[in-house]
Design a protein around this ligand. Structure first.
Ligand code: GUN
Length: 308
């Protein structure tokens, strides 16, 4: 068992998996490889980020993505569109970015305003530039074991699991949540690693008993602290994908704190290892986006990449 980047939780037996430290190392490797690729193709790998409207959470995520892209030595291209943008206008911009040889990756920040059909927009992105891995072609490639651009959050979770546990084969994995962005691709990645996988969701009967059979438990439900210690098999590895903003009156009036889908204190008392929120899965998502941008650029230029 490898445990790089894991420290012991002060009041529990569970190792705390340090996603921040792991993601920093990954970004360093990506930045080195991006610089080598730039020397070969005559320009930095480039990521275009499209933001429609003024959703404050999306604005924060996009600003972060742009800053991290440039910090890793890649080019960031921004397209900010009004909340009233129509679907045809957005599709025309995607066509333009698809045709632009100077663009390697395209990301349209979700959610989109209600007048726009999200699936139509995602599937208009060239699958080879789809660094979110949301296009139906990439979902199909992942499901059939072909070279895909893989959604960033589940790929980041897999990297943390492999770093902590090594070989995952034969382990019982339960993924709570069935979204196209996290739950379903996470389950595909775990099947590929020869885990026995269950996808649980809001209609699952006796969720607690299902979770309690998991050697690996991935929580991606979007409900703050819903998974408590009594859902967890002693010694299990718990990956908390949730990032929920909840009121924190103890910090003062009107204050908030970030918390996961797992109740950290009770879970850490039972688990063998657990990701914290913040500082667990969150930083892995952007690191994997940068990795996907590099992979997309290398594939477009038929360049070899070292393992990242
Ligand atoms: N909105 C929330 N998470 C994501 C993500 O991973 N990619 C995109 N494009 N939008 C998001």
């Amino acid at each position: 068992m490898t445990q790089t980047g894991a420290t012991q939780a002060p009041t529990t037996g569970a190792a705390v998996i340090d996603g921040k430290a792991f993601s920093d190392r990954l970004v360093t490797r990506v930045a080195d490889a991006a610089s080598a690729l730039a020397a070969r193709i005559g320009r930095a790998p480039a990521l275009a980020v499209v933001l429609v409207g003024d959703n404050p959470a999306s604005a924060v995520y996009v600003r972060n993505k742009i800053e991290r892209t440039t910090a890793a030595g890649m080019r960031s291209i921004e397209r900010r569109l009004d909340a009233t943008t129509g679907q045809d206008e957005l599709l025309a911009i995607i066509d333009e970015l698809n045709a632009d040889d100077g663009v390697d990756g395209i990301l349209v920040q979700l959610p989109l305003p209600p007048q726009i059909d999200e699936a139509a927009v995602i599937n208009a992105i060239s699958p080879d530039k789809d660094v979110d891995g949301f296009h139906v072609v990439n979902a199909g490639r992942l499901a059939t074991g072909q070279d895909a651009l893989v959604p960033c959050t589940p790929y980041g979770c897999l990297m943390l699991l492999q770093d902590h546990l090594g070989d995952l084969s034969g382990l019982n994995a339960v993924v709570v949540g069935r979204s196209n962005i996290v739950g379903k691709p996470m389950a595909q990645l775990l099947v590929q690693q020869s885990c026995t996988v269950t996808i649980a969701h809001s209609r699952t009967r006796d969720l607690q008993a299902v979770c309690a059979a998991a050697d690996i438990l991935v929580a991606a439900v979007g409900r703050p602290e819903m998974i408590t210690g009594d859902f967890i098999k002693p010694g299990a590895t718990v990956i908390d994908v949730g990032i929920n903003r909840v009121p924190a009156p103890e910090r003062g009036e009107g204050k908030f704190r970030l918390t996961g889908d797992v109740d950290f204190a009770s879970a850490a008392a039972v688990a063998g290892a657990i990701t914290p929120v913040p500082g667990g899965v969150g930083p892995m998502t952007i690191a994997c986006l940068l990795r996907n941008t590099l992979v997309a650029a290398a594939r477009r230029f038929d360049a070899e990449l070292a393992d990242l």
